[in-house]
Ligand binder design. Structure first.
Ligand code: KIV
Ligand code: ZN
Length: 518
C-alpha cells in the first residue's frame, strides 16, 4: 500500500473563508487537535499576511511537535524571509512558496512574462532552501496552465531544490479524468519528478474537489491537501475527512493508506465548526449529523439484521461511539471521566472538575446527558475566552400580548452593572440590554440556534457573528434555556472583540459616559 501524505491547510486556506477569523489561541488549539488527528503537515498560516498570522505560525512552530509545520510565502524575498523567521522554532519546518503559472494569472494578476515567472519561481525555491531543507513549490492555477510550461517550471524548481511540487486546481475547474491526464502528463514530461513528492490541492467550485483529489492519488500523487469540513474560500477546499475515509473504505481500489487517526475525525470536525462558527450541513458526508442516521423502516430493518446492509463504514471509525452508559445527575465524577475517556478526551484534573461542575448543572435540568451534550460542554469550555464582561443575571419577560423586555446584570471587574431594554423579541431585548451595559458598538451579522440533541429538554446551541470594522467575530453559547444561550453567545463575541481591540491598542470606550453601576 502506498502511503499518502496528508497536508492540512484549515488554518491557512480554510481561514480564508468569508467570515472566518480565528485568534492565536484558537489556532493553537486547532493545531493541537490536528496533531492528535495525525495529519502529516499543518499549514499554520501565511506569516507575511498579518502580525496575527506571523504570531500564530511562530507559536504553533514552538509548541507543536510531530507534524511538519508549513508557512506560506509568495515567490518574493520578503515573504520567504518572514516565513523562515516564523518557522525558526519548528522541529520540522517547511516553506511553501507559490507563483501562478496560467496565462490569465501571469498576464492579468502578476503582469509578468512566463520567463519572469520561471526565474522568480527558481529564485524563490533557492532562497527558501537556504533556510530549510523542506521546500514545497505550488504552481498556482496549474490546471489552467499550458502543460509544457507547467512542466518546465516544475523541472526548474526541482533542480533548485524543491522537495514537494504541488499542482493546485485553484479555481476548482478541472474534472477527475482531466486531472488524471494532467498528473500522468507531469510524471512523463518533468525531469526529476521521480525524486520529489507530487502533491495536489483542489478547490470545490464545481463540487469536484474530493473526486479530483482521489483521481490524482490514483494517478500517482502522494500528497493531498485539504481542510477539515471542506472549509475554504468560495466553495471551499477538498474535505480531508472525505478523502481519508474514501481511501480507507475503498483501499481495494486505491491501494493507498494514510497515517490519520480516523477516530479523531468527528471531534476535529466539531472543533473546526465551533471555533469558526461555520455549521456543517446535516447531510455532509462523514461528519454531517445524518451521515450515520437511518430513518426509513426498510433501512432500519436491514441495519438490525446486519449493519453492513446500509453502513459502509462504522460510526466508531470516525470517533462517533455509541454510548451504552447513560449519564444523569447521580453519575459520579468517575463515571464522567470514564465516559469522556471513551469519547477520546483525556482531561486534566482541573479540566475535569470544571466539566463535572457544568455536567451536574446540566443534569439537574436534563434527565439524561448524552455524548453530544458532553461534547457541547467541552466545546463551550474550549471556546471560553478571557471575560471582561460576565453575565451574572438575566431575566426576560415575553408573551404574545406583552412587549418583550430583558434585564441583565453584568460584572466588569469589581463593577456590577444592570440595565433593562425592550426589543422585537426576548433575544433582541437581551442584546439591547447587554449593549447598554457594555457600550460597545457591534453589528450582529449572523445568529443561528440549534438543538444539540432531540427532546424537549435539549441543550440549545447559539452561534453569533458580529462585525467590527470589517472583522467578523464569532461567539457561542449553550444552555437548556435558549435566551440564556443567546446572551452567552453574544457576550462571548463582545469579550473577544474587547480583547482584539486591546491587542490592536485601541480603547473601546473613549468619550463615553460611565455605565450605570449598582
Ligand atoms: O489554491 C491555491 O492555488 C492555493 C495555493 C497557494 C497553493 O491555495
Ligand atoms: Zn487554495
Amino acid at each position: 500500500m502506498r502511503e499518502i501524505i496528508i497536508f492540512d491547510t484549515t488554518l491557512r486556506d480554510g481561514e480564508q473563508s468569508p467570515g472566518v477569523n480565528l485568534n492565536r489561541e484558537e489556532k493553537l488549539e486547532l493545531a493541537k487537535q490536528l496533531a492528535r488527528l495525525g495529519v502529516d503537515v499543518i499549514e499554520a498560516g501565511f506569516p507575511i499576511a498579518s502580525p496575527g498570522d506571523f504570531e500564530a505560525v511562530t507559536r504553533i512552530s514552538r509548541e507543536i511537535d510531530g507534524p511538519i509545520i508549513a508557512g506560506l510565502a509568495r515567490a518574493r524575498r520578503e515573504d520567504i524571509e518572514q516565513a523562515a523567521r516564523a518557522l525558526e522554532k519548528a522541529r520540522r519546518p517547511r516553506i511553501h512558496t507559490f507563483i501562478a503559472t496560467s496565462p490569465i494569472h501571469m498576464q492579468h494578476k502578476l503582469r509578468k512574462t512566463p520567463e519572469e515567472v520561471l526565474s522568480l519561481a527558481r529564485e524563490a525555491v533557492e532562497l527558501a532552501r537556504s533556510y530549510v531543507d523542506d521546500v514545497e513549490f505550488s504552481a498556482e492555477d496549474a490546471t489552467r496552465s499550458e502543460r509544457p510550461f507547467l512542466c518546465q517550471v516544475l523541472a526548474e524548481v526541482i533542480a533548485a531544490g524543491a522537495t514537494t511540487v504541488n499542482i493546485p486546481d485553484t479555481v476548482g475547474y478541472t474534472t477527475p479524468d482531466e486531472f488524471t491526464e494532467l498528473i500522468t502528463y507531469i510524471k512523463q514530461h518533468t525531469p526529476g519528478i521521480d525524486k520529489v513528492t507530487i502533491s495536489v490541492h483542489c478547490h470545490n467550485d464545481l463540487g469536484l474537489a474530493v473526486a479530483n483529489s482521489l483521481a490524482a492519488i490514483a494517478a500517482g500523487a502522494t500528497q493531498v491537501e485539504g481542510t477539515i469540513n471542506g472549509l475554504g474560500e468560495r466553495a471551499g477546499n477538498a474535505a480531508l475527512e472525505e478523502i481519508v475515509m474514501a481511501l480507507r473504505t475503498r483501499a481495494d481500489r486505491f491501494g493507498a493508506k494514510t497515517r490519520l487517526v480516523t477516530e479523531q475525525i468527528y471531534r476535529t470536525s466539531r472543533m473546526v465548526s465551533t471555533l469558526t462558527g461555520v455549521a456543517v450541513q446535516p447531510n455532509k458526508a462523514i461528519v454531517g449529523e445524518n451521515a450515520f442516521a437511518h430513518e426509513s423502516g426498510i433501512h432500519q430493518h436491514g441495519m438490525l439484521m446486519n449493519r453492513a446492509t446500509y453502513e459502509i463504514m462504522t460510526p466508531q471509525s470516525i470517533g462517533l461511539a455509541q454510548s451504552r452508559m447513560v449519564l444523569g445527575k447521580l453519575s459520579g465524577r468517575h463515571a464522567l471521566k470514564e465516559r469522556l475517556r471513551e469519547m477520546g478526551y483525556e482531561l486534566s484534573e482541573e479540566e475535569l472538575n470544571r466539566t463535572y461542575q457544568r455536567f451536574i448543572e446540566l443534569a439537574d435540568r436534563k434527565k439524561q446527558v448524552s455524548d453530544r451534550d458532553l461534547q457541547a460542554l467541552l466545546e463551550e469550555q474550549m471556546t471560553q475566552v478571557e471575560e471582561k464582561f460576565t453575565l451574572e443575571y438575566l431575566q426576560v419577560s415575553t408573551g404574545n400580548t406583552t412587549v418583550p423586555t430583558a434585564t441583565v446584570r453584568i460584572r466588569c471587574g469589581d463593577q456590577v452593572m444592570e440595565e433593562a431594554a425592550c426589543g422585537d423579541g426576548p433575544v433582541d431585548a437581551a442584546y439591547k440590554a447587554i449593549d447598554r451595559v457594555t457600550r460597545i458598538e457591534t453589528h450582529l451579522v449572523a445568529y443561528s440556534l440549534g438543538a444539540v440533541t432531540g427532546g424537549k429538554d435539549a441543550l440549545g446551541e447559539v452561534a453569533v457573528q458580529v462585525r467590527d470594522n470589517g472583522t467578523i467575530i464569532t461567539g457561542r453559547g449553550t444552555s437548556t434555556d435558549i435566551i440564556q444561550a443567546s446572551a452567552k453567545a453574544y457576550l462571548q463575541a463582545i469579550n473577544k472583540l474587547v480583547k482584539l481591540r486591546q491587542e490592536a491598542g485601541q480603547t473601546e470606550q473613549t468619550g463615553r459616559t460611565a455605565p450605570q453601576t449598582i
